[in-house]
Design a protein around this ligand. Structure first.
Ligand SMILES: *[C@@H]1O[C@H](CO)[C@@H](O)[C@H](O)[C@H]1NC(C)=O
Ligand SMILES: *[C@@H]1O[C@H](CO)[C@@H](O)[C@H](O)[C@H]1NC(C)=O
Length: 589
């Protein structure tokens, strides 16, 4: 027995040594030169147990039909950030922001510490029962998603420890038979690429490349377009098909990550794969039931059919729009198609989707929200539903960033109205936080479809359309989902608006938001999603959930808004939809 065990151990050691050699090979020969941090040379790199890079394609793409990254030197893009002057950044200003930033750091350390102690290597910490849960592949979603946050906040020791863990991730050890292509791309691949961009640590890039090669198999389908459901075994065997009903967010939000992967590795195939999606989107943009936008669900299998009739900036659509201007940025302005697509989409949103709430105050703030449209195409009949989603709160940042990039002051202003809309919504609820999904009474109505122009408060309308039982604050007429899931979109837009406009009151807006969130979501050791934003902040029921985006996104944006404006400047980085900053190719504006 002993001999067999020793033999087995030897075999295992030999296998491990082989893996490590293969890993070193991978790191040394497939990756570009970037400074390698001293401390990493001794880290163990264990390659995944299946080599996706050399998996034979079932539906091979000939070398000749791979689209190269756009050639030429990057265009000079307009400056995005406000030029903060020395006079603006006084000693007192700096001190206040530093104190606020330190409070965010403290909250992050607490949440990270709890995760590290009770859920290390798991996808999430359950912040009430204090155990781990696997929800996104089981490779340590919170750990990978948090890497760049740790780096940005100067938690270098924690970063080093987490990165060492990353070196041992086996993408083929998932506890799930099927994973989400979208979530894995934005959280894991985005997280690794960004952590590499910031730290230059090759071990992270090695794992990003392994994962990229795995996810690339999602495109090995008869029409080379991917399904979101990435079934591990079927993917290996090339048995995946694009879906007949896929959300546009899934299909439209792979481009930034796959493009960054191509830029870093010099291998265009990842970029080329998502380029085919862009072409489908470009081809169909003008012929949907709401031209300029894409329906929430499309048929990817049968040639990108867009006959669905719902249009939103919320769930299942959001980042498809967010990525248009961001791809223009990441490609150094060399693909003007993205500018055209972005501009068309923003025009349709401005004309059809936006609404102004009817507000009770006499000096009502100048705010807007995106609603949801149902369009039947034929007679041009559209129905605007005044549904406000927390997920849609990213729109303020999208309009402002696009406005700066493409020289539209109007869009920067719309961005501010949208960002301030969500901030206002936060303050209108007892907890100081807006809910996941709610309905508001808009200025316009079916008989008067001017939803944008300011209007006066109409008590008769409130009595008729508002909640009969008087449970909701004015002018909210229904709460479809009262949770707050620790989401980032509202602070994301406030952060972008602050960096773009330099308006100081946004810092106070952000601080009030943070205090409410902290008060309402704090648990004994971390933070948790809450059941009902109608509860007073100190008396909320928790749902025992802290998704990876709490540290990856929400706390990062809070930290950055209170930091010096040069930290992760919007002129040097573009954020993916999981708040992972990718380095832009055109520095030195
Ligand atoms: C207020 O709303 C009611 C009910 O919708 C409507 O009949 C009335 O004309 C409105 N009043 C004003 C001043 O717009
Ligand atoms: C405040 O901080 C900024 C950096 O964000 C710095 O440039 C400026 O000099 C500081 N102001 C004072 C008065 O120290």
């Amino acid at each position: 027995m002993a001999i067999i065990t020793a033999q087995r151990r030897f075999q295992r050691l030999a296998l491990l040594a082989m893996f490590c050699l293969a890993g070193t090979y991978l790191l040394l020969y497939r990756l570009p030169d970037r400074p390698l941090m001293e401390s990493w040379r001794t880290s163990t790199y264990v390659p995944s147990s299946f080599d996706w890079a050399h998996r034979p394609q079932k539906h091979p793409i000939p070398e000749s039909s791979i689209t190269d990254l756009p050639k030429g030197s990057p265009r000079q893009l307009p400056r995005i950030q406000h030029g903060f002057s020395k006079e603006e950044l006084t000693e007192a200003h700096n001190r206040t922001q530093r104190e606020r930033r330190d409070a965010i750091l403290e909250t992050t350390k607490r949440a990270w510490g709890a995760y590290r102690e009770h859920a290390w290597g798991r996808d999430e910490l359950n912040p009430q029962t204090m155990n781990g849960a696997d929800t996104f592949g089981g490779w340590g979603a919170t750990l990978v998603d948090s890497l760049d946050t740790l780096w940005i906040m100067g938690m270098k020791k924690e970063f080093a420890e987490a990165a060492r863990f990353v070196g041992t991730i086996d993408w083929d050890s998932s506890t799930l038979t099927e994973i989400s292509l979208f979530e894995t791309t934005i959280r894991y691949l985005g997280g690794l690429l960004s952590a590499y961009d910031l730290s230059g640590e090759k071990l992270l890039m090695g794992k990003a490349l392994e994962l990229g090669d795995m996810l690339y198999a999602a495109f090995d389908t008869p029409n080379h377009l991917p399904p979101n459901a990435f079934h591990m075994r079927k993917a290996r065997e090339g048995l995946l098909f694009a879906n007949t009903r896929e959300s546009i967010a899934v299909i439209g939000s792979l481009s930034l990550e796959f493009t960054r992967l191509s830029q870093i590795t010099g291998d265009a195939k990842y970029y080329s794969a998502t380029e085919a999606i862009k072409q489908g989107m470009e081809r169909t943009q003008d012929s949907t039931k709401l031209p300029g936008m894409w329906p929430t669900y499309i048929d990817v299998r049968n040639g990108f059919l867009t006959s669905d009739s719902s249009f939103t900036l919320g769930a299942s659509a959001d980042s498809a729009y967010e990525y248009l201007s961001k791809m223009y940025e990441l490609l150094g302005g060399l693909d003007r198609t993205y500018e055209t697509m972005h501009t068309k989409a923003m025009d349709t949103i401005k004309n059809r989707l936006l609404l102004r709430p009817m507000l009770p105050d006499t000096d009502a703030p100048d705010i807007l929200f995106p609603g949801t449209v149902f369009a039947n195409g034929a007679g041009g009949i559209i129905d605007l539903v005044p549904e406000v989603q927390h997920l849609g709160c990213f729109a303020g940042g999208m309009f402002a960033l696009g406005g700066k990039l493409f020289g539209s002051d109007e869009d920067v202003q719309v961005g501010e109205q949208l960002a301030r809309g969500c901030a206002w919504a936060y303050e209108s609820f007892p907890s100081g936080i807006m809910p996941e999904i709610a309905e508001i009474i808009p200025c316009g109505s079916e008989s008067n479809p001017d939803y944008i122009s300011p209007c006066e408060w109409n008590e008769t309308r409130w009595e008729r359309e508002g909640d009969r039982r008087g449970r909701f604050p004015k002018p909210w007429r229904a709460l479809r989902d009262r949770h707050y899931f620790l989401r980032p979109e509202a602070i994301e837009s406030i952060f972008i608006l602050y960096r773009i406009t330099g308006k100081k009151d946004l810092l106070d807006v952000a601080w009030r938001m943070f205090q409410s969130i902290q008060e309402a979501t704090k648990t004994a050791f971390a933070n948790s999603a809450i059941v009902d934003v109608l509860a007073e902040a100190g008396q909320t029921d928790k749902v025992n959930s802290m998704e990876s985006f709490w540290i990856a996104e929400t706390l990062k944006y809070f930290y950055l808004i209170f930091s010096e404006p040069e930290l992760i400047s919007l002129d040097e980085y573009v954020f993916n939809t999981e708040a992972h900053p990718f380095r832009l190719p055109n520095l030195g504006k």
